[in-house]
Design a protein around this ligand. Structure first.
Ligand code: ZN
Ligand code: ZN
Length: 277
């Protein structure tokens, strides 16, 4: 039993990604002994190596949308999930652009990689998925990839929501009311709103509307990283009275009766898992 998120990456946006100021490897979720990788962007593989996570254990992959900070390592993750491409297994979920392509966007997972998993599902807002026994609701987003979505993960101890890249509106925020934990992609700091993303001011309004137990800033762009994400999160906590923190790479959140934060154990040097030939 249990629900654990390891933040393989906490960066987002073009400059954080291209310079790897922070890793952009997405989130590894363990739920009741199953492993789900959400948005394996650049850095996912090296971070899994650092924590000695053998990606042949991954059961499912979700890619929210067709921007490289969310998908670039996904094909290698699929090769891991399928034991090097030799065993048909695992489920792959993605938006229209990710799996089918739409106009100038995508697809960003090759036909070959879509062909080696057990199932491929295109999702859209309003869908309810059963991901290895966990209910996942698909929510609307307002982003430059128009097929992007957000997620509500139903755990035994409440709803954990991952609001993927989006502009703010009350309608977007209201979908997450009832969440216990809110993972917010705060790309820019206060006073620095950019199109199709959240800044700290938007985060404040978002948190006021949803009022979860814990808010975690992720998808940090270079400007908010320079400004100091801890201070930005603190300003939201002060204004709302709701516990708000900025994530750091390889932070771990355990969702049980209590919410526990820790850091993944890391290792240096060469490592070849036993599952390897
Ligand atoms: Zn992004
Ligand atoms: Zn994006």
């Amino acid at each position: 039993m249990g629900f654990r998120i390891t933040f393989l990456g906490t960066g987002g946006g073009r400059h954080t990604t291209m310079y790897q100021v922070r890793s952009t490897g997405g989130m590894l979720i363990e739920h009741d002994g199953r492993f789900l990788h959400v948005d394996p962007g650049p850095g996912a593989l090296t971070q899994m190596h650092r924590i000695r996570y053998d990606l042949t254990r991954t059961d499912s992959v979700i890619v929210s949308h067709c921007h490289p900070d969310h998908y670039s390592d996904a094909e290698s993750v699929i090769e891991g999930m399928t034991r090097g491409g030799w065993t048909r297994r695992g489920s792959l979920y993605g938006s229209q652009t990710v799996l089918r392509g739409n106009g100038r966007l995508g697809p960003c997972i090759s036909d070959y990689h879509q062909g080696i998993v057990s199932s491929v599902s295109v999702f859209e807002p309003g869908d309810v998925l059963d991901v290895d026994g966990m209910r996942v609701d698909i929510c609307r987003a307002d982003h430059s990839d128009p097929t992007n979505v957000g997620f509500r993960f139903h755990t035994a101890d409440g709803i954990v929501s991952y609001v993927s890249d989006t502009a703010y509106s009350d309608e977007i925020a209201d979908q997450y009311i009832g969440s216990r934990v809110l993972l917010l992609p705060v790309t820019t700091p206060t006073g620095n709103r950019i199109k199709y993303h959240l800044c700290t001011d938007d985060a404040l309004t978002f948190v006021e509307r949803v009022r979860p137990e814990l808010v975690i800033f992720i998808h940090l762009g270079v400007v908010i990283i320079r400004r100091g994400p801890d201070k930005e999160a603190e300003s939201v906590e002060r204004a709302t009275g709701i516990r708000t923190i900025a994530a750091h790479d390889l932070m771990v959140l355990d969702v049980g009766r209590e919410l526990k934060l820790s850091d993944a154990k890391t290792f240096e040097g060469e490592w070849i898992p036993d599952s390897s030939p």
